[in-house]
Design a protein. Structure first.
Length: 345
C-alpha cells in the first residue's frame, strides 16, 4: 500500500463526502444513499473488487473499505439529521406556535347537586352501619297510607297532596315512608338499620318553596331495646357531620301517624351565617327532619311483634338541606337543568 485499489477507495470517500455536502434536501440525500449504499451502489461494488486484489493486500483493502463505509455512513446520518432539523425550524417559523396560549377548555361532566348530597348523606349513615334500601316510586294506597297507620278517610292523609293514577289504589308515593313496610316485610324478624333515599311526588302548586317532585331520605332502625335515646344520638351524629361539629340539636314534640311519639328535629344555625336571621325567622333554630318511634301498628304491618322489638324512623329532605347550606332561595332551580346554576356545585 498504497496501490491503485486503495487509492480508488480514498477517491470514493472524498467524492462521496463532497457530493454529500452538496445535497440540498432530503430527496437529494436519499438519492445519494442509493448511489453509495444501494444494492447496485458504489460501496457494494468496492467490496466486490476485493477478489481482484492481490492476496497479500486483501486484508488491508478490506479494512480500508470498512473504514470508508463507516465514514460515509456516519457523515450521511449527520447530514440527514441536520436536514430534518432545518425542515422543522422552517415549519416552526412558517406556522408559528404560541406555546404560552392557554389550552383548549374541555368541558367535564359533574354530579348533579342532588346526587352529591344524596351520596354525602348515604356516606354519613353508612359510617353508622346503615345500608341503602331502594324502593318503588309508584306505590299503592295500602303502602303509602294504610300500612302507615292511615286507614281510608284518616284526616292525616291531608298532610300529603297526592297524585293518583287512573288505576284505583295506585299512586305516586308522597314520601319514602312506605319503603319502611317493604324493608320490614323483607327482613322480619331480623333487626334493621337502613336508609331509604328516593324521589317523592306531591300534587302541590309549584312555588319557590315547593316542587311537585323532590327527594327524601328515610331512615329506619328496628331491633330489641331501641329507644328514643338511640334516635337522638343518631340524629345528632348526623347533624354534626352534615352541618358542622358544633351543632346543637333540639327536639320538639310533633305528630305523624306512623310514629309514637313523634318529633321534629331542629339544629342551631351557625351564628356566622349572614342569612341566619332570615332562615330561622329570628329564632336561631332550623328544622331539619321529622322523626319518632315506629308506631306499633306500623311494626305489625311490617310483620314485627311490638312486644319484642321497637324502632325509630326519620325522614328528611335533601333539597331543603342544599337550600340551607348554599343559600339557594328557589327550589325549582334543582330540576330546571340550567347549567349556570348546576355548575356552581
Ligand atoms: N314521611 C314524612 C313526610 O313526608 C317524614 C317523616 C316523618 C318520616 C317522621 C318518618 C318519620 O319516618 O318518622 O313528611
Amino acid at each position: 500500500m498504497p496501490d491503485a485499489a486503495t487509492d480508488a477507495l480514498k477517491t470514493l470517500e472524498t467524492e462521496g463526502l463532497a457530493e454529500l455536502r452538496a445535497c440540498a434536501d432530503e430527496a437529494a440525500l436519499r438519492a445519494w444513499n442509493t448511489k453509495y449504499f444501494g444494492d447496485k451502489g458504489l460501496m457494494k461494488a468496492a467490496f466486490g473488487k476485493i477478489g481482484g486484489v492481490p492476496k497479500d493486500q486483501r486484508a488491508a483493502y478490506g479494512q480500508e473499505a470498512n473504514r470508508v463505509k463507516l465514514a460515509l455512513e456516519s457523515a450521511h446520518q449527520i447530514k440527514l439529521a441536520e436536514e430534518k432539523e432545518k425542515k422543522l425550524q422552517a415549519s416552526l417559523t412558517a406556522n408559528p406556535l404560541d406555546v404560552t396560549l392557554p389550552g383548549r377548555f374541555r368541558p367535564r361532566g359533574r354530579l348533579h347537586p342532588a346526587t352529591q348530597i344524596l351520596r354525602q348523606i348515604s356516606g354519613i349513615f353508612a359510617d353508622m352501619g346503615f345500608q341503602v334500601y331502594r324502593t318503588r316510586e309508584v306505590e299503592t294506597d295500602a303502602m303509602n297510607f294504610e300500612a302507615l297507620n292511615m286507614p281510608a278517610h284518616h284526616p292525616a292523609r291531608d298532610m300529603w297532596d297526592t297524585f293518583f293514577t287512573t288505576t284505583p289504589g295506585v299512586l305516586l308515593r308522597t314520601h319514602t315512608s312506605p319503603g319502611q313496610i317493604h324493608v320490614m316485610r323483607e327482613t322480619h324478624p331480623k333487626p334493621i338499620r337502613v336508609i331509604l333515599p328516593g324521589m317523592c311526588y306531591r300534587n302541590e302548586a309549584i312555588s319557590t318553596r315547593s316542587e311537585i317532585q323532590f327527594h327524601q331520605v328515610e331512615g329506619l332502625a328496628i331491633g330489641a331495646g331501641i329507644t328514643m335515646a338511640d334516635l337522638k344520638g343518631t340524629i345528632t351524629a348526623f347533624a354534626r357531620r352534615m352541618f358542622g361539629p358544633e351543632r346543637q340539636v333540639r327536639i320538639r314534640s310533633s305528630y305523624f301517624p306512623f310514629t309514637e311519639p313523634s318529633i321534629e328535629v331542629d339544629i342551631d344555625w351557625p351564628k356566622e351565617d349572614p342569612n341566619r336571621d332570615r332562615l330561622t325567622k329570628g329564632t336561631g333554630w332550623l328544622e331539619i327532619m321529622g322523626a319518632g318511634m315506629v308506631h306499633p301498628h306500623v311494626l305489625r304491618a311490617g310483620g314485627y311483634d311490638p312486644a319484642e322489638v321497637t324502632g325509630f324512623a326519620f325522614g328528611m329532605g335533601p333539597q331543603r338541606m342544599l337550600m340551607l347550606r348554599h343559600a339557594v332561595d328557589d327550589i325549582r332551580l334543582f330540576w330546571q337543568n340550567d347549567l349556570r346554576f348546576l355548575r356552581q356545585f
